[in-house]
Design a protein around this ligand. Structure first.
Ligand code: F0G
Length: 375
């Protein structure tokens, strides 16, 4: 079966020069025509057919696609929400952005603040709080080189979020975490894009990693809006996956000391907990956990069998789909979209640590190389 042949670009906006997601979907977003948009041309990310992942699921007639959010400007889905949050903050006269982060939000907030400086707001500043020692090096280096003030706290994400909420209450600064509704507003465009890319229908199932639970909330809002407007007839079952060591929603109580190799979703008390549950219930989906071993197995498969570069937390969506398939929870002939939320290059250390493919060292001659390769 040729997966590509099913993908028909249906809307001009998916094929022409891409103006960034606010301009592309302006009619469907809470934004007026006078607002000065802060954009890095985010969105319009590829929907990639993933036959190797479909095969690993072992379900007859399954079509799996990857929504590759690593293709956004700062390498994660956060850019969708951040173009909106920073645009709105600037339009309200605020110039300092603040966020707590496991890494990607900080990279994105820092990037869009730099973009604001480039667009006439030279006094725009960004402050990011991250758990010391628990964010991938690529993300930390992004926040630094984009020019934000990084604060590494001796605590986890949940504690950092409490602190920035208090700071934003006390000082004239914009909180750009996903508790800010502007973030959700921007992030829901990923659901619009998927429906457009599938030629006017929603997938049967959406699989997505869950950390602070903003993204699952945003996707569900997007799918509901497209259905309410009659742009699609169906809505997907929302299947959210937490890491087993950081699975408060699955367990039904906060986790005080969350632990997982997928540091991006190392969160014990998600801010959008209630909304995530609603998304799952309203869509007849599910929320489950996947172990670090399952995440790493999926992470390796996504890279070596499929050729897509994602970070460990992103692989929770694919690990979850494989788990649900084995449990008989995925129907035959389903169309499934797995969201790969962030680019793998942000966390190259994990790739080097877990891969069984190891480099070989030789001297610099043809014969030495041929011998080392057993040619
Ligand atoms: N995947 C990646 C790569 C993430 O960075 C995050 C969240 C998630 C999934 C989960 O999304 O929080 O909306 O449920 N990262 C946040 C951050 C917490 O600070 O970068 P969520």
């Amino acid at each position: 079966m040729n997966f590509w042949s099913k993908l028909i670009p249906s809307k001009e906006r998916t094929t022409k020069y891409w103006p960034g997601l606010i301009n592309a979907y302006r009619d469907l977003l809470d934004i007026d025509n006078k607002t000065h948009i802060i954009s890095l041309a985010e969105g319009n990310t590829p929907l990639i057919p993933a036959p190797a992942i479909a095969q690993a699921c072992g379900i007859i007639g399954l079509s799996v696609y990857i929504k590759f959010e690593g293709a956004n400007p700062s390498g994660s889905f956060k850019d969708r929400g951040m173009t909106m949050a920073v645009t709105k903050a600037i339009s309200k006269g605020l110039r300092t952005m603040v966020c707590a982060s496991t890494g990607n939000t900080s990279a994105s907030a820092a990037a869009y603040t730099a973009c604001a400086r480039a667009n006439g707001y030279s006094d725009a500043k960004c402050i990011v709080l991250v758990p010391d020692g628990y964010i991938a090096m690529g993300k930390l280096s992004q926040a630094i080189i984009y020019g934000s003030q990084v604060v590494q706290i001796a605590g986890n994400f949940d504690q950092a979020l409490n602190i920035v909420r208090e700071l934003a209450d006390k000082y004239p600064i914009a909180l750009v975490n996903s508790v800010n509704p502007d973030r959700i507003e921007g992030q829901k465009t990923a659901a619009f894009e998927i429906c457009d890319q599938l030629d006017g229908r929603a997938p049967d199932i959406l699989c997505i990693p869950v950390g602070n639970a903003g993204n699952i909330t945003a996707y569900w809002a997007g799918f509901k809006q497209y259905a309410a407007l009659g742009l699609v007839k169906n809505q997907p079952k929302m299947m959210g996956f937490q890491a087993a060591g950081a699975a408060p929603i699955v367990l039904g109580h906060p986790v005080e000391n969350p632990e997982t190799i997928a540091t991006a979703i190392r969160i014990g008390n998600p801010a959008s907990w209630k909304m995530a549950k609603e998304a799952v219930e309203q869509s007849f989906g599910l929320i489950d956990s996947v172990t670090d071993a399952e995440i790493i197995e999926a992470y390796k498969l996504i890279h070596s069998a499929q050729g897509i570069c994602c970070e460990p937390a992103s692989a929770a969506s694919v690990a979850g789909l494989i788990k649900a398939s084995k449990q008989g929870k995925i129907e035959r002939e389903s169309t499934v979209v797995c969201v790969l939320t962030g680019h793998g290059l942000k966390d190259s250390q994990t790739a080097l640590d877990v891969s069984e493919f190891k480099p070989i060292r030789t001297s610099a001659t043809e014969s030495a190389v041929a011998q080392a390769l057993n040619l």
